[in-house]
Design a protein around this ligand. Structure first.
Ligand code: SF4
Length: 95
């Protein structure tokens, strides 16, 4: 349902007919680690995330999986960089 609390025009899973069902009734602002992410939205001079209602929780266990400003590099031990998506497909083929 479309948010009518903070992030107007954004389709949110927490929005219901009775209003925002997220903890506290509205989204939490972004955290410092979100600086530079394309999902940050300026709403009434406060910064919120377009994809997550709780940006701090997205950084609790490493980097946010929706972050656009974080580049993940994986090495195969030979000093060569590998594409994580292709490596996953290769590993899936061995099952
Ligand atoms: S997608 Fe992640 S890094 Fe980007 S603003 Fe939202 S919580 Fe922050």
């Amino acid at each position: 349902m479309i948010c009518d609390v903070l992030k107007e025009e954004i389709d949110c899973i927490f929005m219901a007919r009775q209003g925002c069902t997220f903890n506290g009734g509205h989204c939490e602002p972004v955290v410092e680690a979100c600086d530079g992410c394309d999902h940050v939205a300026d709403v009434d001079e406060d910064l919120y995330c377009r994809t997550s209602a709780s940006p701090a929780s997205k950084w609790n266990h490493g980097s946010c999986n929706y972050a656009t400003h974080v580049v993940t590099e994986i090495s195969n031990g030979n000093g060569k960089k590998i594409n994580p998506l292709k490596a996953s497909k290769r590993a899936g083929g061995r099952r």
